[in-house]
Design a binder for this molecule. Structure first.
Ligand SMILES: NC(=O)c1ccc[n+]([C@@H]2O[C@H](COP(=O)([O-])OP(=O)(O)OC[C@H]3O[C@@H](n4cnc5c(N)ncnc54)[C@H](O)[C@@H]3O)[C@@H](O)[C@H]2O)c1
Length: 322
């Protein structure tokens, strides 16, 4: 009912208006802010398909680690015969790194922000980007949960701000959820949909409401799986097995929650709860306790499972529930 489609077909390659000089044909310089898990994957994907990429991070260590991760992931593509050695070397050459954001975004026709999921950090970055970037530059964010409309509102170009929600790991996952803020123009949406196709992704267009589509559906499922454990309906392995074997999910919801990070799951549920004012999204008390105790999943080695190197077993406190 509320799904307003872009009026310009995203395959139209020469759309241009008087304010926006960015077209699909001339776009070749991309800047990526944040060189963490998602930023390095986004930089990899664009460099692989011929774009010049400026990868920007406040942390020199993050930049060094990102380059080494990208090289390792490109190597994997060479082994699988997706790329040749020469194509791998060319992709790496297209990536430059910057600590200074103003220098890094100088020539960018598109900036994709993939910094820490913190509204203050993102709003401050977008205020600066609006000052540093050319008028026609499109500003995209990879946020998992923060309102695109809110981010756009701190710029003077809300029509050129959009969500590009890539999935982890970026070089492998096909989906990019394209989120239109309240003021995002049809032209911006059209350019970004086509651009995602140029890097062989499948863009899906959605509107800007809490959780967009992906997390609005995924997080309540994960929360319900945690409630199922909390209420003693079944144990960790049983819940994950039902969803893997019965619903053909590649990973059970509790394992997936550990992989995403329990703090991230809780933060997204909080956004849904506050955004809709509906108690059905309130994080399960067990999830709240685990986050408070610092049991955040894979990244801390403890969540619903315990992780030691490549080994994984049900966490001790959940072993006698079945
Ligand atoms: N990890 C996932 O599975 C996933 C999936 C989809 C979307 N996202 C979203 O992508 C974004 C990044 O997530 P991530 O997992 O890559 O985080 P991460 O913590 O791995 O990386 C964030 C990077 O941003 C850098 N950073 C922080 N403030 C900065 C600033 N002011 N300027 C430049 N760099 C800055 C940090 O140094 C860090 O290297 C978040 O918005 C997150 O919600 C994450």
């Amino acid at each position: 009912m509320y799904n307003i489609h872009c009026t310009i077909k995203h395959t139209e390659k020469e759309s241009i208006d008087k304010n926006c000089k960015t077209t699909l044909i001339n776009m070749k310089n991309i800047a990526v802010i944040g060189a963490g898990t998602m930023g390095n994957g986004i930089a990899h994907a664009f460099a692989q398909f011929g774009f010049q990429v400026a990868l920007i991070d406040v942390s020199p260590e993050a930049l060094a680690k990102a380059l080494s991760t990208i090289e390792k992931n490109l190597d994997r593509q060479v082994k699988k015969e997706i790329l040749t050695e020469e194509e791998k070397a060319d992709a790496l050459k297209r990536i430059s790194t910057f600590k200074n954001m103003e220098h890094g975004v100088k020539n960018a026709e598109l900036v994709i922000e993939a910094s820490t999921e913190n509204p203050q950090v993102k709003l401050s970055i977008f205020r600066d980007l609006d000052d540093f970037c050319e008028e026609g530059t499109i500003l995209a964010t990879n946020t998992s949960s923060i309102s695109i409309t809110k981010i756009a509102s701190v710029t003077r170009r809300p029509d050129r701000v959009i969500g590009m929600h890539f999935m982890n790991p970026v070089p492998i996952m096909k989906l990019v959820e394209i989120i239109k803020g309240y003021s995002t123009s049809a032209q911006t949406c059209s350019i970004i949909m086509s651009l995602a196709e140029r890097i062989q992704k499948t863009p899906v267009e959605v509107n800007d409401y809490p959780g967009f589509v992906s997390n609005r559906i995924l997080m309540p499922m994960i929360n319900e799986a945690i409630y199922t454990l909390y209420e003693g309906v079944a144990g960790v392995e049983e819940i994950d097995s039902v969803m893997k074997l019965g619903m053909a999910h590649p990973m059970g919801p509790l394992h997936l929650a550990d992989f995403i990070g329990l703090d991230v799951c809780k933060a997204i549920l909080d956004v849904l709860y506050q955004g809709f004012g509906n108690p059905k999204y309130a994080p399960c008390p067990l999830l709240v306790n685990m986050v408070t105790a610092g049991h955040l999943g894979v990244k801390t080695g403890q969540g619903f499972y315990e992780y030691q190197g490549k080994e994984m077993m049900v966490a001790e406190r959940f072993r006698n529930i079945s």
